[in-house]
Ligand binder design. Structure first.
Ligand code: SF4
Length: 380
Protein backbone atom coordinates (compact mmCIF):
# COMPACT_ATOMS: atom_id res chain seq x y z
CA UNK A 1 0.00 0.00 0.00
CA UNK A 2 1.25 3.47 -0.85
CA UNK A 3 0.69 7.07 0.21
CA UNK A 4 0.36 10.31 -1.70
CA UNK A 5 1.78 13.59 -0.42
CA UNK A 6 0.72 16.86 -2.06
CA UNK A 7 2.70 20.00 -1.31
CA UNK A 8 0.65 23.21 -1.47
CA UNK A 9 3.39 25.86 -1.23
CA UNK A 10 1.43 28.97 -0.21
CA UNK A 11 1.48 30.78 3.12
CA UNK A 12 0.01 34.11 4.17
CA UNK A 13 3.28 35.10 5.84
CA UNK A 14 6.63 33.57 6.77
CA UNK A 15 6.75 32.06 10.25
CA UNK A 16 10.03 32.95 11.92
CA UNK A 17 11.19 29.35 12.46
CA UNK A 18 10.05 27.71 9.23
CA UNK A 19 12.39 26.19 6.66
CA UNK A 20 9.81 24.36 4.56
CA UNK A 21 9.40 25.43 0.96
CA UNK A 22 6.67 28.05 0.68
CA UNK A 23 5.91 31.34 -1.06
CA UNK A 24 3.76 34.22 0.12
CA UNK A 25 2.61 35.22 -3.39
CA UNK A 26 -0.92 33.88 -3.26
CA UNK A 27 -1.71 35.11 -6.79
CA UNK A 28 -0.20 31.91 -8.25
CA UNK A 29 -2.85 29.70 -6.63
CA UNK A 30 -5.04 29.27 -9.70
CA UNK A 31 -2.12 28.45 -12.02
CA UNK A 32 -0.71 26.11 -9.40
CA UNK A 33 -3.90 24.07 -9.19
CA UNK A 34 -4.04 23.76 -13.00
CA UNK A 35 -0.40 22.61 -13.04
CA UNK A 36 -0.90 20.20 -10.15
CA UNK A 37 -3.88 18.58 -11.89
CA UNK A 38 -1.65 18.11 -14.94
CA UNK A 39 1.10 16.61 -12.80
CA UNK A 40 -1.34 14.13 -11.23
CA UNK A 41 -2.71 13.18 -14.66
CA UNK A 42 0.83 12.55 -15.94
CA UNK A 43 0.92 9.44 -13.71
CA UNK A 44 -2.02 7.82 -15.51
CA UNK A 45 -1.23 4.37 -16.80
CA UNK A 46 2.23 4.40 -15.19
CA UNK A 47 3.62 1.69 -12.89
CA UNK A 48 3.01 4.06 -9.96
CA UNK A 49 -0.70 3.49 -10.25
CA UNK A 50 -0.36 -0.29 -9.67
CA UNK A 51 0.04 0.10 -5.91
CA UNK A 52 -3.20 0.81 -3.99
CA UNK A 53 -3.14 4.17 -2.20
CA UNK A 54 -4.24 4.10 1.42
CA UNK A 55 -3.35 7.60 2.64
CA UNK A 56 -3.44 11.06 1.10
CA UNK A 57 -1.73 13.96 2.85
CA UNK A 58 -2.24 17.58 1.82
CA UNK A 59 0.67 19.47 3.35
CA UNK A 60 2.66 22.60 2.78
CA UNK A 61 2.80 25.50 3.03
CA UNK A 62 -0.81 26.01 3.93
CA UNK A 63 -3.33 23.89 2.00
CA UNK A 64 -6.18 25.82 3.64
CA UNK A 65 -5.38 28.89 1.50
CA UNK A 66 -7.00 26.95 -1.35
CA UNK A 67 -10.77 26.92 -1.72
CA UNK A 68 -12.73 23.75 -0.99
CA UNK A 69 -13.57 23.64 -4.68
CA UNK A 70 -9.89 23.68 -5.68
CA UNK A 71 -9.12 20.95 -3.14
CA UNK A 72 -12.04 18.93 -4.46
CA UNK A 73 -10.62 19.08 -8.00
CA UNK A 74 -7.23 17.90 -6.68
CA UNK A 75 -8.67 14.97 -4.74
CA UNK A 76 -10.90 13.95 -7.65
CA UNK A 77 -7.91 13.94 -9.99
CA UNK A 78 -6.02 11.73 -7.53
CA UNK A 79 -8.99 9.35 -7.30
CA UNK A 80 -9.29 9.21 -11.10
CA UNK A 81 -5.57 8.52 -11.55
CA UNK A 82 -4.53 6.22 -8.72
CA UNK A 83 -6.06 3.08 -7.21
CA UNK A 84 -7.34 4.90 -4.15
CA UNK A 85 -8.55 2.76 -1.23
CA UNK A 86 -8.18 5.42 1.30
CA UNK A 87 -7.96 4.95 5.05
CA UNK A 88 -7.01 8.55 5.83
CA UNK A 89 -7.06 11.92 4.04
CA UNK A 90 -5.19 14.48 6.12
CA UNK A 91 -5.04 18.18 5.45
CA UNK A 92 -2.83 20.72 7.19
CA UNK A 93 -4.64 23.93 8.00
CA UNK A 94 -4.06 27.13 9.89
CA UNK A 95 -6.45 28.70 12.38
CA UNK A 96 -6.77 31.97 10.47
CA UNK A 97 -8.34 30.45 7.39
CA UNK A 98 -10.96 28.04 8.61
CA UNK A 99 -14.67 28.57 9.22
CA UNK A 100 -17.53 26.17 9.97
CA UNK A 101 -18.61 26.42 6.34
CA UNK A 102 -15.11 25.62 5.09
CA UNK A 103 -14.67 22.64 7.43
CA UNK A 104 -18.05 21.23 6.40
CA UNK A 105 -17.08 21.58 2.75
CA UNK A 106 -13.82 19.71 3.44
CA UNK A 107 -15.77 16.88 5.07
CA UNK A 108 -17.94 16.65 1.98
CA UNK A 109 -14.98 16.30 -0.37
CA UNK A 110 -13.50 13.49 1.74
CA UNK A 111 -10.94 15.14 4.05
CA UNK A 112 -11.31 13.20 7.30
CA UNK A 113 -8.32 14.30 9.35
CA UNK A 114 -7.31 17.90 10.06
CA UNK A 115 -3.82 18.83 11.16
CA UNK A 116 -4.17 22.25 12.77
CA UNK A 117 -1.11 24.49 13.12
CA UNK A 118 -1.94 26.13 16.44
CA UNK A 119 1.63 26.13 17.89
CA UNK A 120 0.63 28.22 20.95
CA UNK A 121 -2.21 30.21 22.46
CA UNK A 122 0.12 32.76 23.98
CA UNK A 123 -0.07 36.13 22.15
CA UNK A 124 3.63 36.93 22.72
CA UNK A 125 4.76 33.54 21.48
CA UNK A 126 2.51 33.74 18.43
CA UNK A 127 4.07 37.07 17.62
CA UNK A 128 7.59 35.72 18.21
CA UNK A 129 6.83 32.85 15.81
CA UNK A 130 5.35 35.38 13.38
CA UNK A 131 2.23 33.27 13.00
CA UNK A 132 -0.61 34.70 10.91
CA UNK A 133 -3.24 33.87 13.57
CA UNK A 134 -3.94 35.23 17.02
CA UNK A 135 -4.99 33.61 20.27
CA UNK A 136 -8.73 33.96 19.61
CA UNK A 137 -8.41 32.28 16.23
CA UNK A 138 -6.40 29.44 17.80
CA UNK A 139 -9.21 28.80 20.29
CA UNK A 140 -11.95 29.27 17.73
CA UNK A 141 -10.54 26.77 15.20
CA UNK A 142 -10.49 24.03 17.85
CA UNK A 143 -14.06 24.83 18.84
CA UNK A 144 -15.06 24.62 15.17
CA UNK A 145 -13.31 21.27 14.70
CA UNK A 146 -15.30 19.83 17.61
CA UNK A 147 -18.57 21.38 16.50
CA UNK A 148 -18.35 20.28 12.87
CA UNK A 149 -17.65 16.72 14.05
CA UNK A 150 -14.37 16.25 12.19
CA UNK A 151 -13.74 12.48 12.47
CA UNK A 152 -10.29 13.07 13.85
CA UNK A 153 -7.72 15.82 14.07
CA UNK A 154 -4.26 16.68 15.29
CA UNK A 155 -2.97 19.89 16.83
CA UNK A 156 0.61 21.13 16.37
CA UNK A 157 2.31 22.70 19.35
CA UNK A 158 5.81 24.19 19.68
CA UNK A 159 7.61 24.27 23.04
CA UNK A 160 11.13 25.16 24.12
CA UNK A 161 10.92 28.71 22.78
CA UNK A 162 13.52 31.26 23.92
CA UNK A 163 12.37 32.70 27.21
CA UNK A 164 9.33 30.42 27.45
CA UNK A 165 8.63 29.53 31.07
CA UNK A 166 7.20 26.20 32.22
CA UNK A 167 4.14 28.17 33.43
CA UNK A 168 3.60 29.48 29.93
CA UNK A 169 3.85 25.94 28.51
CA UNK A 170 1.50 24.64 31.20
CA UNK A 171 -1.02 27.29 30.20
CA UNK A 172 -0.74 26.26 26.53
CA UNK A 173 -1.26 22.61 27.44
CA UNK A 174 -4.23 23.37 29.70
CA UNK A 175 -5.92 25.40 26.99
CA UNK A 176 -5.27 22.70 24.42
CA UNK A 177 -6.47 19.87 26.66
CA UNK A 178 -9.74 21.65 27.36
CA UNK A 179 -10.64 20.55 23.80
CA UNK A 180 -9.59 16.94 24.47
CA UNK A 181 -7.80 16.54 21.11
CA UNK A 182 -7.43 12.99 19.70
CA UNK A 183 -3.87 13.64 18.47
CA UNK A 184 -1.09 16.13 19.23
CA UNK A 185 2.22 16.74 17.47
CA UNK A 186 4.52 18.67 19.82
CA UNK A 187 7.93 19.83 18.65
CA UNK A 188 10.72 21.59 20.45
CA UNK A 189 11.70 24.73 18.57
CA UNK A 190 14.70 24.24 16.31
CA UNK A 191 16.54 27.23 14.97
CA UNK A 192 17.29 26.54 11.30
CA UNK A 193 19.90 28.55 9.41
CA UNK A 194 17.82 30.03 6.59
CA UNK A 195 15.03 31.42 8.73
CA UNK A 196 14.33 34.69 10.50
CA UNK A 197 15.25 33.07 13.81
CA UNK A 198 18.43 31.66 12.30
CA UNK A 199 19.47 35.16 11.23
CA UNK A 200 18.67 36.65 14.63
CA UNK A 201 20.69 33.88 16.23
CA UNK A 202 23.68 34.58 13.95
CA UNK A 203 23.50 38.25 14.93
CA UNK A 204 23.55 37.26 18.59
CA UNK A 205 20.03 38.58 19.18
CA UNK A 206 18.51 35.34 20.30
CA UNK A 207 19.21 33.15 23.30
CA UNK A 208 17.93 29.62 22.74
CA UNK A 209 16.36 27.97 25.76
CA UNK A 210 19.04 25.91 27.57
CA UNK A 211 18.89 22.16 26.90
CA UNK A 212 17.91 21.26 30.48
CA UNK A 213 14.90 23.59 30.27
CA UNK A 214 13.88 22.13 26.91
CA UNK A 215 14.11 18.66 28.50
CA UNK A 216 11.80 19.85 31.31
CA UNK A 217 9.34 21.13 28.72
CA UNK A 218 9.45 17.77 26.96
CA UNK A 219 8.72 15.94 30.22
CA UNK A 220 5.84 18.27 30.95
CA UNK A 221 4.33 17.69 27.50
CA UNK A 222 4.62 13.89 27.81
CA UNK A 223 3.22 13.79 31.36
CA UNK A 224 0.42 16.28 30.92
CA UNK A 225 -0.85 14.66 27.70
CA UNK A 226 -0.59 11.17 29.24
CA UNK A 227 -2.75 12.31 32.18
CA UNK A 228 -5.47 12.91 29.63
CA UNK A 229 -4.98 9.56 27.86
CA UNK A 230 -2.98 11.05 24.98
CA UNK A 231 0.03 8.75 24.89
CA UNK A 232 3.36 9.37 23.25
CA UNK A 233 3.89 6.91 20.36
CA UNK A 234 6.79 8.72 18.70
CA UNK A 235 9.22 11.37 19.99
CA UNK A 236 6.97 14.21 18.76
CA UNK A 237 3.61 12.47 18.34
CA UNK A 238 0.89 11.65 20.87
CA UNK A 239 -2.54 10.16 20.45
CA UNK A 240 -5.56 8.62 22.07
CA UNK A 241 -5.89 4.87 21.40
CA UNK A 242 -6.51 4.13 17.73
CA UNK A 243 -5.90 7.73 16.66
CA UNK A 244 -2.31 7.43 15.48
CA UNK A 245 -1.48 9.02 12.14
CA UNK A 246 -1.39 6.39 9.40
CA UNK A 247 0.35 8.46 6.71
CA UNK A 248 3.37 9.45 8.79
CA UNK A 249 3.77 5.91 10.09
CA UNK A 250 4.15 4.91 6.43
CA UNK A 251 7.27 7.12 6.15
CA UNK A 252 8.77 5.53 9.25
CA UNK A 253 8.37 2.02 7.89
CA UNK A 254 9.50 2.72 4.29
CA UNK A 255 6.13 2.36 2.62
CA UNK A 256 6.21 3.76 -0.93
CA UNK A 257 4.77 7.20 -1.59
CA UNK A 258 4.46 9.67 -4.43
CA UNK A 259 5.08 13.34 -3.69
CA UNK A 260 3.34 15.93 -5.86
CA UNK A 261 3.98 19.67 -6.08
CA UNK A 262 7.20 21.71 -5.74
CA UNK A 263 9.75 20.41 -3.19
CA UNK A 264 7.90 17.12 -2.67
CA UNK A 265 9.87 13.88 -2.25
CA UNK A 266 8.87 10.48 -3.56
CA UNK A 267 10.02 7.04 -2.49
CA UNK A 268 9.39 3.91 -4.52
CA UNK A 269 10.42 0.27 -4.39
CA UNK A 270 11.23 -0.89 -7.93
CA UNK A 271 9.77 -4.26 -8.83
CA UNK A 272 12.35 -7.03 -8.54
CA UNK A 273 14.92 -4.72 -6.84
CA UNK A 274 15.74 -4.96 -3.17
CA UNK A 275 16.49 -1.25 -2.77
CA UNK A 276 14.20 1.64 -3.64
CA UNK A 277 14.72 4.99 -5.28
CA UNK A 278 13.96 8.43 -3.86
CA UNK A 279 13.52 11.57 -5.93
CA UNK A 280 13.13 15.23 -5.09
CA UNK A 281 11.16 17.89 -6.95
CA UNK A 282 12.65 21.37 -7.40
CA UNK A 283 11.83 23.98 -4.80
CA UNK A 284 10.79 26.61 -7.28
CA UNK A 285 7.26 27.62 -8.15
CA UNK A 286 8.21 29.16 -11.53
CA UNK A 287 9.90 25.94 -12.70
CA UNK A 288 6.95 24.02 -11.34
CA UNK A 289 4.44 26.10 -13.26
CA UNK A 290 6.35 25.80 -16.52
CA UNK A 291 7.95 22.33 -16.53
CA UNK A 292 6.89 18.82 -17.37
CA UNK A 293 7.24 16.08 -14.74
CA UNK A 294 10.77 15.05 -15.74
CA UNK A 295 12.06 18.65 -15.74
CA UNK A 296 10.75 19.08 -12.23
CA UNK A 297 13.02 16.48 -10.73
CA UNK A 298 15.96 17.99 -8.90
CA UNK A 299 17.68 14.78 -7.93
CA UNK A 300 17.17 11.03 -7.97
CA UNK A 301 18.88 8.88 -5.41
CA UNK A 302 19.31 5.11 -5.68
CA UNK A 303 19.32 3.98 -2.08
CA UNK A 304 21.41 1.11 -0.79
CA UNK A 305 20.13 -1.43 1.71
CA UNK A 306 22.64 -0.07 4.21
CA UNK A 307 21.24 3.48 3.89
CA UNK A 308 17.75 2.09 4.32
CA UNK A 309 18.71 0.12 7.40
CA UNK A 310 20.22 3.24 8.99
CA UNK A 311 17.06 5.21 8.17
CA UNK A 312 14.84 2.46 9.54
CA UNK A 313 16.81 2.41 12.80
CA UNK A 314 16.61 6.21 13.02
CA UNK A 315 12.88 6.32 12.45
CA UNK A 316 11.99 3.11 14.27
CA UNK A 317 13.82 3.93 17.49
CA UNK A 318 12.00 7.24 17.73
CA UNK A 319 8.76 5.27 18.08
CA UNK A 320 7.46 3.51 21.19
CA UNK A 321 7.02 0.36 19.11
CA UNK A 322 10.73 0.31 18.33
CA UNK A 323 12.22 -1.99 15.73
CA UNK A 324 12.46 -5.78 15.55
CA UNK A 325 15.96 -7.21 15.14
CA UNK A 326 14.53 -9.76 12.72
CA UNK A 327 13.06 -7.03 10.49
CA UNK A 328 16.49 -5.40 10.22
CA UNK A 329 18.00 -8.67 9.21
CA UNK A 330 15.34 -10.03 6.82
CA UNK A 331 14.29 -6.79 5.13
CA UNK A 332 17.59 -4.89 5.07
CA UNK A 333 20.25 -7.59 5.47
CA UNK A 334 21.47 -5.74 8.57
CA UNK A 335 22.72 -7.68 11.58
CA UNK A 336 23.74 -5.92 14.76
CA UNK A 337 27.44 -6.44 15.42
CA UNK A 338 29.00 -7.30 18.78
CA UNK A 339 29.78 -3.65 19.57
CA UNK A 340 26.22 -2.58 18.92
CA UNK A 341 24.82 -5.42 21.02
CA UNK A 342 27.11 -4.53 23.93
CA UNK A 343 26.16 -0.87 23.58
CA UNK A 344 22.45 -1.69 23.73
CA UNK A 345 23.03 -4.02 26.71
CA UNK A 346 24.84 -1.22 28.50
CA UNK A 347 22.05 1.26 27.70
CA UNK A 348 19.49 -1.23 29.02
CA UNK A 349 21.31 -1.36 32.32
CA UNK A 350 21.32 2.46 32.39
CA UNK A 351 17.53 2.53 31.89
CA UNK A 352 17.77 4.10 28.41
CA UNK A 353 16.79 0.99 26.46
CA UNK A 354 13.63 -0.80 27.56
CA UNK A 355 13.83 -4.00 25.48
CA UNK A 356 16.44 -5.56 23.24
CA UNK A 357 14.04 -7.20 20.77
CA UNK A 358 12.19 -5.34 19.49
CA UNK A 359 14.67 -2.64 20.39
CA UNK A 360 12.63 -0.08 22.30
CA UNK A 361 13.71 3.00 24.20
CA UNK A 362 12.40 4.00 27.61
CA UNK A 363 10.94 7.43 28.18
CA UNK A 364 14.43 8.60 29.26
CA UNK A 365 15.78 7.06 26.06
CA UNK A 366 13.28 8.87 23.83
CA UNK A 367 14.50 12.16 25.30
CA UNK A 368 17.96 11.51 23.88
CA UNK A 369 16.86 9.32 20.96
CA UNK A 370 18.71 11.18 18.22
CA UNK A 371 22.09 11.07 20.00
CA UNK A 372 21.67 7.39 20.89
CA UNK A 373 20.69 6.47 17.33
CA UNK A 374 23.74 8.27 15.91
CA UNK A 375 26.00 6.34 18.30
CA UNK A 376 24.36 3.08 17.35
CA UNK A 377 24.45 3.42 13.57
CA UNK A 378 28.05 4.72 13.59
CA UNK A 379 29.18 1.44 15.17
CA UNK A 380 28.42 -0.64 12.06
S1 SF4 B 1 2.34 28.39 7.89
FE1 SF4 B 1 3.51 26.49 8.11
S2 SF4 B 1 4.60 26.22 6.16
FE2 SF4 B 1 3.84 28.34 6.23
S3 SF4 B 1 5.57 29.53 6.99
FE3 SF4 B 1 4.30 28.98 8.75
S4 SF4 B 1 5.13 27.05 9.53
FE4 SF4 B 1 5.95 27.37 7.46
Amino acid sequence: MAGIYIHIPFCKQACSYCDFYFITSLEYREQFVTRLLKEIRSYRGSKFTDEPVETIYLGGGTPSVLSADQLHQILEEVRDTFDVRVKEVTMEMNPDNVSAEYLNALLEIGVDRASMGVQSFDPDLLEFMHRAHDRDEALECLRLLSETGFPTYSVDLIYGNPGQSTDCLKQDLDELLAFDPPHVSAYSLTIETDTRLGKQYELGRLDPLPDEKVARHFEMVVDRLAEQGIQQYEVSNYSKPGQQAVHNAGYWSHKPYIGLGPSAHSFWWKKGKDAPVRWYTKQDIKTYLSGDRRQLIEETEQLTRRQLADERIMMGLRTRKGIAVDELSSRYGYDLNQRQQSYLDQKKQEGIVKRLDPIQLTFEGLKIADALILDLVSMQ
